[in-house]
Design a protein around this ligand. Structure first.
Ligand SMILES: O=C(O)CCC(=O)C(=O)O
Ligand SMILES: [Fe+2]
Length: 279
């Protein structure tokens, strides 16, 4: 199965730089204006049921562990003022299926590893190149939000995020976001707190399976609202980095996936040696 069998390359000509130019320009304009861009039917309509079914078959492998978090994913801190956004506890109820459980020939894995897709992502975000994560678990994941659960308000660690709904919920499970609510220089705590308290005015995305979403998640507060009805919401998250060799920390990996791999332990050893603290 070639990338052309999966992606609608008539509409999104990944391997034709001249033809793709206009798409990239549109994405950049949307990101600049809104911090977000959705490319409808990025996966060919006749492959969208396969996309959904593959995700549904993988979902039972998700690591479930409802975690109490705050919007910044920081440790609880009683010394912060009572109205600080970090004082609002939330339940992170989403669960991830790790990359090593996703078959290499699955639609989302084909897209993730396709060099033409990587070049497209880099162009959209104005980067010279992006690389697959060296992390065997977190480079590509399926994000599962089961009925009754939610993926609460947060910022991403990465400046940019690429994702794709593979299965929509019956109700709820809406992607909501507040573009540019903070910047590298300003946390804008009052505005963040207002959103957490339900006093904000987030934008809402109507996503359909097979749509590609490009998003500036480090400065945009966002969440997946509680899923209702009987069907889980599934999203593929394609993670790339600007430098090669990126591996998650042992602590965070254990939290997200319930396990680590030898690659995580080796990366931790290397980090210690670079610091020079234990030798
Ligand atoms: O599943 C989604 O649509 C959003 C996921 C998300 O925000 C994240 O994984 O950081
Ligand atoms: Fe996010």
């Amino acid at each position: 199965m070639d990338i052309d069998d999966v992606v609608d390359t008539g509409r999104y000509p990944l391997s034709d730089p001249a033809g793709l130019h206009e798409v990239v320009a549109g994405v950049r304009a949307a990101l600049a204006a809104d911090g977000c861009c959705v490319l409808p039917d990025f996966v060919r309509p006749d492959r969208q049921e396969l996309l959904r079914a593959e995700g549904a078959a993988l979902a039972p492998h998700a690591h479930h562990d409802v975690e109490t978090v705050n919007v910044y994913n920081t440790a609880p801190d009683d010394t912060l003022p009572a109205d600080h956004p970090a004082r609002v506890p939330m339940q992170r109820g989403n669960a991830f299926v790790a990359r090593d459980r996703i078959p290499a020939d699955a639609v989302i894995h084909r897209i993730y590893t396709a060099p033409a897709f990587r070049r497209f992502v880099a162009a959209c975000f104005g980067l010279p190149a992006v690389h697959e994560l060296a992390d065997p678990l977190s480079g590509l994941v399926l994000n599962v939000v089961a009925p009754g659960r939610e993926h609460p308000w947060h910022f991403d660690t990465n400046e940019y995020t690429v994702s794709m709904l593979t299965q929509g919920p019956e109700a709820g499970g809406v992607f909501e976001y507040c573009p540019g609510i903070r910047s590298a220089g300003t946390e804008n705590l009052d505005a963040v707190r207002a959103v957490l308290d339900g006093r904000g005015a987030p934008r809402r995305l109507e996503l359909r399976p097979g749509d590609l979403q490009l998003f500036l998640g480090r400065y945009s507060l966002h969440r997946v609202s509680p899923v209702a009805g009987g069907t889980a919401r599934h999203t593929a998250i394609f993670a790339y980095s600007e430098r090669p060799g990126v591996v998650g920390t042992v602590a965070r990996t254990r939290q997200l996936f319930g396990r680590v791999t030898p690659a995580h332990l080796a990366a931790q050893d290397r980090a210690v040696r670079v610091d020079g603290l234990l030798i």
